[in-house]
Design a protein around this ligand. Structure first.
Ligand SMILES: [Zn+2]
Length: 201
């Protein structure tokens, strides 16, 4: 199942009353590479320059995400902020174990959206549509700005000199069209069964 590891890490973290510890930014070498290669924000396509970007932990630290290179990605400040707003809208204020396990369905939704929208590109986030719409609202007032990405770095980028950014290349295979779910689930039962099919529970 896709993201099984991440979900079980979040469960363990919340079960153990975990509190977020500070995470670190991408390292200086990577930041330099981003600026030198005129990298774009992987969501909106804005060119990174000066201090207009920030590091996001793909699996949030507040949900047990690791402080590792593999779990870090650089976003523009606006996208980074909108993602945080979405998480707060769904989960309230940390620590999130306070509302666990009642908040688990929301944690699961946010986490899956967070991973998919990064690994498969922003538009793939519509597979968890309720979360996706919140992001589009916070970031673009509901109007999607299609990004023309030519130089965006994801966590599968090699960062080796001369290699292309490979945000698209080397990512996990995109889900097939028929697997994409964009309907807002009305009932929890339906939602769970959608996830069953998507992620092979
Ligand atoms: Zn952005």
């Amino acid at each position: 199942m896709r993201y099984k590891e991440e979900l079980s890490r979040a469960r363990q973290f919340l079960s153990a009353s975990g509190r977020a510890k500070n995470g670190s930014s991408i390292n200086d070498g990577r930041e330099l590479t981003l600026l030198k290669n005129r990298a774009q924000c992987p969501h909106c396509g804005i060119l990174f320059e000066g201090g207009n970007h920030n590091t996001e932990h793909i699996h949030p630290r507040a949900l047990g995400g690791e402080n590792t290179d593999r779990n870090r990605i650089q976003f523009c400040l606006a996208c980074n902020n909108a993602r945080n707003l979405v998480m707060q809208a769904l989960l309230g204020h940390p620590p999130y174990f306070k509302n666990y396990p009642q908040n688990w369905p929301m944690v699961e939704e946010y986490l899956l959206w967070s991973e998919i929208s990064i690994d498969d590109g922003l538009s793939a986030g519509n597979q968890v549509n309720s979360v996706h719409q919140k992001f589009l609202m916070y970031r673009f007032s509901g109007q999607v700005q299609p990004a023309d990405l030519t130089s965006a770095y994801g966590r599968f980028s090699t960062w080796k000199k001369g290699d292309s950014p490979n945000y698209r290349q080397g990512t996990r295979q995109r889900l097939k069209r028929k697997q994409i779910v964009s309907q807002k689930p009305k009932r929890k039962g339906v939602f769970i069964s959608v996830f069953d099919r998507l992620f092979g529970y």
